[in-house]
Design a protein around this ligand. Structure first.
Ligand code: GDP
Length: 539
């Protein structure tokens, strides 16, 4: 923490950032647990912003660069993932923001395919909530190492021991505590940094940049500390001793394998545990990891550049009507002006104006390395799931499409706007806002989304950006599944029997649109040669 510096963004050019270690991570949480506050404080400690409150503040100050969508403004929620890079003690942190709203989980899942570690923020008063659990499951599928940050200990909360029990049992995860709260709520007096033998105390004055630190030799010292009332420190130390007895010690390998999570009790708002979280990421989180492609595993130290698109974002800057593809670099040294092959369509593209995201600023990127996120402005040539290389035919795995849970039919008021409508729909399907299914028989596409908020975004953006007001009507289907089979003849027969319910997705993949769960179950029973997929990896 002492080495942290609060500097002006302009003083830190992207070039200065290398060579250095990299930590590419995301924060996962349920809405309101404190992700935004923690992000702000991480950026503050990392010296990327001068004053907390710049990521998402109240009222007018919410209008930051990440709030580019009208819908986002009107609802005050963050609907799109973005990336923030900052430097701390010579380490480069790429923090990939994930939208907290449940409807945007698809976007979040894709973002998690681009990280090497995650921070799970839990509200000390609420414990594990539904969205945390879902996101945790995604991390577990990929064995992503997770650091647990139990936030808001300055508020009345669940007893720390009970909380640890709940998390360990609820998520079947080993836990090991790094910091421990001394009192909760109005009794909160500070935290104990267990392995650093430090007592973390509040700032002396409100304008102090950081809290105070007192070293201790053993836990008994804590009891003798005259600053904290006995009635508070005694039960806190007792709880800590019980916890140390009951829980395993931190084990690095178990953390890297995703079995054990170090736990930091803290308060993002009051800046407790934030520096410890950065230290934990620096010391224990992995360097950029090898990535699996269909053909082979790619080592981050390989010389040639490889990467994949995990997100496409429109309207990042209202002054430039561009779309930016977010590429996670998996290997090599990327430089501006480089020619890369888009393996999907075998086309080359020259990346002349790559973007680098420094806190809330966009800057032109000169060079980047494995683990970094490069923004590539483009006009629709790059799609989510695309692999970029210097020529090798490779396909990175792990970017999923999810079967939609909401299906709608489009109603267009003005038939002369069909062209604009199709352009808008294609753009947004490529960004991953919605999925389009074009029935083999029939003219109007069926739109699919994981949640209804995605559809609100679609309607609002089609109107604003493409000048096409649309209406969404209920579709005569409730559910969709991709259909594949090792027996092409049977697949043809299936499509023939369900002609009016077969559609193609934007990649030409076959989709069965089922009227309801009963139809789907019957089809599954009657056609054992056909697989009905709920999740499909891009290829
Ligand atoms: P997000 O929805 O997860 O991004 O949550 P926010 O960061 O927007 O926080 C939700 C609310 O909790 C806001 O009112 C924050 O000020 C508050 N909050 C966040 N962290 C803390 C904390 O450590 N202590 C307290 N008391 N409130 C907090």
């Amino acid at each position: 923490m002492q080495n942290s510096k609060v500097s002006d963004v302009s003083q830190v050019s992207p070039k200065r950032l290398f060579p250095a270690k990299r930590r590419t991570f995301a924060i996962i949480s349920h809405p309101d647990a404190g992700k935004t506050t923690l992000t702000e404080k991480l950026l503050l400690y990392g010296g990327a912003i001068q004053m907390a409150g710049q990521v998402k503040a109240r009222g007018d100050r919410r209008r930051t660069r990440s709030d580019w969508l009208e819908i986002e403004r009107s609802r005050g929620i963050s609907v799109s993932s973005s990336v923030m890079t900052f430097e701390h003690n010579g380490v480069i942190f790429n923090l990939l923001d994930t939208p907290g709203h449940a409807d945007f989980s698809e976007d979040t899942y894709r973002t998690l395919s681009a990280v090497d570690a995650a921070v799970m923020v839990i509200d000390a008063a609420k414990g594990i909530e539904s969205q945390t659990r879902k996101l945790f499951e995604v991390c577990r599928l990929r064995d992503i190492p997770i650091i647990t940050f139990i936030n808001k200990v300055d508020r009345e909360g669940i007893d720390p021991l009970e909380m640890l029990d709940e998390i360990a049992a609820g998520l079947a995860l080993d836990l090991s505590v790094l910091t421990w709260p001394i009192g909760l709520g109005t009794d909160f007096r500070g935290c104990c940094d267990i392995y650093g033998s430090r007592l973390l105390l509040p700032k002396e004055t409100r304008i102090d940049p950081f809290g105070r630190v007192k070293k201790f030799n053993n836990l008994d010292d804590l009891l003798l500390n005259s600053e904290i009332e006995e009635r508070i420190v005694e039960p806190a130390v007792e709880g800590l001793l019980l916890c140390l007895e009951a829980l395993p010690k931190f084990h690095h390998q178990a953390f890297l394998e995703g079995h054990l999570s170090p736990v930091i009790f803290g308060s993002a708002l009051k800046e407790f545990g934030v520096a410890e979280l950065l230290d934990c990421l620096t010391r224990w989180a992995p360097d950029p990891l090898p990535r699996k492609a269909k053909e082979r595993s790619v080592d981050p130290h390989e010389k040639r550049v490889t990467g994949f698109v995990f997100k496409v974002q429109a309207n990042m800057d209202p002054n430039h009507r561009d779309r930016v593809a977010f590429v996670r670099l998996c290997s090599g040294r990327f430089v501006r002006g480089m020619k890369l092959l888009n393996v999907r369509d075998r086309r080359s593209l020259t990346v002349s104006a790559p973007i680098f995201f420094f806190a809330q600023q966009r800057e032109t990127l000169e060079e980047a390395f494995a683990g970094d996120i490069v923004g590539i402005p483009n006009h629709g040539t790059l799609r989510v799931g695309d692999t970029l290389t210097e020529g090798e035919i490779l396909t990175f795995e792990g970017i999923p499409d999810f079967a939609p849970e909401v299906l709608r039919r489009i109603g267009l008021g003005d038939a002369t706007r069909t062209k604009q409508l199709n352009r808008g729909l294609n753009d947004m399907a490529e960004e991953g806002v919605i999925q389009i299914f074009r029935p083999i028989f029939g003219t109007w596409p069926i739109l699919g989304a994981v949640g209804t908020l995605q559809l609100d975004v679609l309607v609002s953006r089609l109107n604003q950006e493409y000048g096409v007001p649309i209406r969404l009507d209920p579709a005569p289907y409730e559910t969709a599944r991709w259909i594949v089979s090792t027996n092409p003849q049977r697949l043809r027969e299936f499509c023939e029997s369900y002609r009016s319910s077969i559609a193609e997705d934007k990649n030409g993949g076959l989709v069965f649109l089922a009227k309801n769960a009963w139809t789907l179950n019957r089809a599954t029973d009657e056609w054992p040669d056909i697989e009905f997929l709920r999740v499909r990896e891009r290829s």
